[in-house]
Design a protein around this ligand. Structure first.
Ligand code: DGY
Length: 324
């Protein structure tokens, strides 16, 4: 008999085809995010859940598990798994899986793109040209940005993606590298000449501060008012981790008060961000809608990996990427 699963994440034909060989799929067919009460009702007979991390997906917590008595596995189509209440999963013996490795280089591309776009004011100057504001009288100095090459990049969170960013920074842009991480990474130090330092000195010395740390209780609002005050006034802040790793209100104030120069953001405290949010009104803030891994190739690789993880657990095998 096929295993019943519920998918809150959209299924491509290829993934659906693979899953249907092993599972009977129920799926949210409505617009946008599935309402919590609908999800809870749908879970009463399923053994597997196919979903994603980030704030777009609901929390996999005690309440949800209480509504899903047969649940064996929750498979995330994301490397982040801050939507998992790990204690609750463990207590109920439900396995959580995620999709590391396959997205590392893609997220690093986006992080670097965001850094370049912020430093050279690319979206702002794109609007400048397209709205017909570029005139013979335009002062060239009004279009100045900040050099990326040869400057100092501080990476907070030197995991696999952090290392992929370090590689681009060191070999593509000849940057000096500082990093702050739970543990030291001797290989990154040797390969990319990255210098390990405490958070305060990284913030004080970096021209660009880039957040790439997972969201955990230890990293929740890691960067707030005091941390922004430590940064150079000319520093640019890039966040590709999770919105909740920073105090967003403190970021708004740091930008308003000129305590830092600019920000490039892929992630927000609330996603989608409210359209009237003050960050969206600042020309020195570059925003994208949480697209770190959003390329067709990588999304397919992640979606397939998540499907394989899910099926492995349902077949009583060890999944490739358990989170615990
Ligand atoms: C993830 O997979 O957790 C990332 O947010 C991708 O952008």
């Amino acid at each position: 008999m096929k295993h019943k699963i519920y998918a809150t994440y959209p299924l491509t034909e290829e993934v659906k085809h693979f899953l249907e060989e092993h599972c009977k799929i129920k799926q949210w067919g409505g617009e946008g995010r599935i309402p919590r009460e609908v999800l809870l009702r749908e879970l009463n007979d399923v053994e597997g859940m196919y979903t994603a991390g980030g704030t777009m997906a609901g929390m996999i917590d005690q309440e949800l598990l209480d509504h899903a008595p047969n649940l064996k596995v929750v498979s995330n189509v994301s490397v982040g798994f801050n939507n998992f209440d790990l204690e609750a999963l463990k207590k109920r013996n439900v396995i959580g899986t995620h999709t590391p490795h396959v997205l590392d280089e893609t997220v690093a591309d986006l992080a670097f793109g965001l850094l370049l776009a912020t430093a050279r004011r690319i979206p702002e100057l794109d609007r400048f040209v397209k709205t017909g504001s570029w005139k013979t009288t335009t002062k060239y100095s009004d279009t100045y940005g900040k050099d990326v090459h040869g400057s100092t990049l501080g990476i907070i969170g030197m995991g696999r993606i952090g290392e992929a960013i370090a590689k681009r920074a060191r070999f593509g842009f000849d940057m000096d590298l500082l990093y702050y991480n739970r543990s030291r990474k001797p290989e990154a130090e040797e390969r990319y000449g990255a210098e390990y330092c405490d958070l305060a000195s990284l913030l004080q010395r970096s021209d660009f501060v880039l957040m790439m740390t997972p969201l955990t209780p230890d990293t929740y609002k890691l960067i707030g008012k005091e941390e922004f005050l430590l940064m150079k006034k000319s520093a640019m802040f890039i966040n590709v981790s999770r919105g909740q790793t920073i105090d967003e209100q403190a970021l708004v104030e740091a930008l308003q008060n000129g305590e830092i120069a600019a920000a490039g953001l892929d992630v927000f405290e609330q996603e989608p961000i409210e359209p009237d949010h003050p960050l969206l009104k600042m020309p020195n803030v570059v925003t994208v809608p949480h697209i770190g891994s959003a390329t067709a190739q990588t999304e397919l690789a992640m979606a397939m990996r998540a499907a394989e993880n899910l099926v492995a657990v349902l077949q009583g095998k060890k999944p490739l990427n358990p989170v615990q």
